[in-house]
Unconditional design. Sequence first.
Length: 445
Amino acid sequence: MGFKLIFAGLIFFMNPCINIVDILPDFIGCILISAGLYRLADTEDRFLLARKIADRIIPIYILKLVLSLYIPVAWKSGLLPITFVFAVGEIILMIMLCTALYGGIEYMANLHNGEKVLPSVGTVQKITIAFMVVKNVLAFIPESFALESGDEFSLYNSAKVQRLEQAKPFVIVFFTLVVLIFGIYCLIENYRFFKKVWRDKEFCSSLAEIYKTRVTDNQRLINRRRFKRFFVLMTVGSVMMIDIVIDSVNFTPDILGYAVMLSAVACLARRRDTIKAVYVFLPLAAVSLVSTVFFTYCGAGINYLMGYESYLLQRNVLVENGTAIVIGAVLSAAEAILFVLFMLFTAGSAAKTYVDESGKYFSPLPPVIISAVLGLCSIFSGIAPLIKAKYYYEYINDTLVNASFSGLSDMWADAQAVGNAVLIVVVCVLAYWFIKTGRKADIEL
């Protein structure tokens, strides 16, 4: 019934957190818990509430992961407020999640022969909540040392005053060990508890029977959920077309969005269509991967040429002589064309399946047209920084003859910013179309 997935998700929470840096990414844990609660959510409202909480925490933890890669390096003064906000927020959200999750297990065990589970559920819930509180409090305390006032000058006492900030590294190490030991203990207790749960055949069989009665035997509900998952995944895949680039490294490459869209096709439960979608996906994924690597490589060259502060610096002849512009344009154009074909097949397959299931029709052309516009925006956003760097290279090599090139370089920098803004708008339009169409389909089904 998904209890093993829930336990696997909890593993990602049972680790130390240094300010906002998690050793294991918590959003993966939320995804696993949500997947584990997929069938359980139909058996009891508390499980449904727990799944909704887990789903809503996922983007929060993704944001935390992104910030953990940026703030400790580029904005150290922001660690204190950001750590405080996430510590308080996580404590509240984890209490809500644990209360709903363990409360649902306890309630259903009372009703459906779960006598083996009942004696330990309350204890495990308290231990888990206590760990979540301790973990986040100890993550914030070392950062609070920054609130200590500075040293005061005194004519009568010239001895150097010891400050808490100096002890911060040692405190972090100590707290990390404390959380690690507590986390191992909490993990062992949860393993013992969930082992009892998934080995209690009578209890699990009762839950499976409830799920079968409410869902499996209801074909209309199954069809409705299939299309709901399709439109949700297509929306998520669309949003992932927005690139989050930190220090020239794209942390949300488009290939991830394509993979999410491919899984959306698989949700429609038509094996033939899924296989055909894979044939379109494979060349798209290959070109996207090559393109991501190429633009990262060129990004290092741009950083070096423009004199940006970056960890990724390397002289790149392709950027300097302008060859990168041609290669980047070809790669971006190939990816854009393949993406439009992929969207055409994906939306067309969904439209045909929708007609078969409901007798009604939605046009697959709007997302295809929007995808074409998105592809053009991606081409422009990809080559704009390369053109900017090319003009700047020509300028610094002959500032007298190519004096105007400095202005052209600045102009392309502004054009790049505008192109990125337009790309975000187009992505939002594509995501909105899937949301709107998904709501319409949910009502009609």
